[in-house]
Design a protein around this ligand. Structure first.
Ligand SMILES: Nc1ncnc2c1ncn2[C@@H]1O[C@H](COP(=O)(O)OP(=O)(O)OP(=O)(O)O)[C@@H](O)[C@H]1O
Ligand SMILES: [Mg+2]
Length: 407
């Protein structure tokens, strides 16, 4: 990636759309030029359910980022999430038949290609094939075999697929506002780029991005991705529980959750039964509010724990749980996480952003920032093969023309 090349991301979340324009900063960070945030419409549990509404929300967010940066957004890295995502670990193998038996970059491509030869149904799209580790002549744990000698090269990969139709709907919305798609990136992989430290990935760690519509999970072991999953439950359900449980309109419940909510029903300096009054005349007990929130957050945390194949696997993730996404703003969430999973837990805030980035150091923007950090790493060849560029030069020209006409 050229030093001053402008890159952009669009995080199409269930609650908000966040567009960022930036250049690659020093030390792998991001020099942010403009951010545009707009509320989401036309999305449910991470999926587009109303194309015209979603398109308008995306357009509003992109326009704001363009205004802030003074630049036009031509193309962007886009996040994908939703229950339709599935993943599996798959092996590939090739022989190194040249006389010198020296592994070259080409051999890595070849071996990844063999891992790609899985039968993918026509209604599914391959999103990523990420190398987890190599083995050379049976010797496992090789991170980069280039330059080593051997007869047989094995690779273990993490393969992620998505439902074609869900991806098509998202692509249609982005293209509908005249933006070309550089790549589609699974959201928890993006979030992990923004909030996880390399030492946590090496030791073994669970990342959980608890957003508005989905909880996106990525588990890392030995520095590589090991498991990904998307749960269709997050902040929206917490607000709905409050609305139903306390008989409040949804908007009021959302406001109360964000202003006064906690997963700790009793906090220092707060009377257990103290009443909360919000401006519009509704009043509830602090304790009732927090008991409802805690119950749902506890359920989400238990579902996260179930993504480990068994309780024995807890020892494989000694770095514990890193929570991010807007819902991890709830006070006490890491304490509850630690209790439910029996592992260390912390809240991850996006790292490595400079420039006009005042709003970004918030867990809600982990995916938005991570999409760009992932793209930088991809250019450096560190994150493996993924979905090819969505459009060809001719289509890009067409998109540009369409955008000119629309503006
Ligand atoms: N301070 C806060 N306290 C409690 N919840 C909060 C707070 N701030 C944001 N949230 C919740 O976080 C959720 C939005 O998080 P986020 O912005 O990460 O979601 P999203 O990216 O739009 O959705 P998704 O990734 O699930 O499609 C909402 O449910 C919101 O109520
Ligand atoms: Mg999100």
């Amino acid at each position: 990636m050229a030093k001053n090349e402008v890159i952009a991301s669009i995080d199409v979340g269930t609650t908000k759309i966040c567009s960022i324009m930036a250049t690659a900063g020093s030390g792998g960070g991001l020099q942010v030029l403009g951010v545009g945030i707009s509320p989401s419409r036309g999305l449910h549990k991470g999926l587009v359910v109303n194309i015209p509404e979603a398109k308008e929300s995306i357009r509003a967010s992109v326009r704001k980022a363009e205004q802030a940066s003074g630049l036009k957004m031509e193309s962007a890295y886009v996040g994908v999430t939703g229950r339709h995502i599935s993943s599996l670990n798959k092996q590939g193998v090739v022989s190194i038949s040249r006389g010198d038996r020296l592994v070259r970059t080409d051999d890595l491509r070849r071996v990844l290609q063999t891992a790609r030869t899985i039968a993918i149904p026509t209604d599914r799209k391959l999103l990523h094939i990420i190398p987890r580790g190599y083995a050379l002549d049976g010797q496992t744990g090789v991170k980069n075999p280039v330059g080593m000698h051997g007869f047989r090269l094995d690779v273990e990969t993490h393969v992620i697929t998505a439902a074609v139709t869900s991806v098509q709907n998202l692509v249609k919305c982005i293209r509908g506002v005249g933006i070309d798609i550089e790549d589609l990136i699974l959201e928890p992989l993006a979030s992990s780029e923004a909030v996880l430290r390399p030492d946590e990935k090496d030791a073994g760690v669970i990342l959980a991005d608890i957003g508005g519509g989905t909880t996106d999970i990525a588990i890392f072991k030995d520095g590589s991705i090991w498991h990904t999953a998307i749960l269709p439950v997050a902040g929206y359900q917490i607000t709905r529980d409050i609305a139903i449980g306390l008989g409040l309109p949804f908007d009021v419940a959302e406001e109360m959750k964000k202003k006064y909510g906690s997963v700790m029903p009793i906090q220092d300096g707060k009377e257990e039964e103290s009443a909360i009054n919000v401006e519009n005349g509704y009043g509830v007990s602090y304790r009732d509010l927090c008991v409802i929130i805690r119950a749902r957050v506890e359920e989400i945390l238990k579902l996260i724990a179930l993504e480990l194949p068994g309780s024995d696997y807890v020892k494989d993730v000694p770095a514990g749980l890193v929570l991010t996404g807007g819902t991890s703003n709830l006070p006490g969430v890491e304490v509850l996480g630690q209790k439910v999973l029996g592992l260390p837990a912390r809240v991850g805030i996006p790292m490595g952003v400079y420039g006009i980035a005042d709003v970004l150091p918030d867990p809600a923007y982990a995916t938005s920032v991570g999409l760009l950090l992932w793209s930088i790493r991809k250019e450096e060849g560190e994150v493996g093969w993924q979905s090819r560029r969505i459009s060809q030069p001719f289509q890009r020209l067409f998109l540009r023309l369409r955008r000119l006409i629309a503006s």
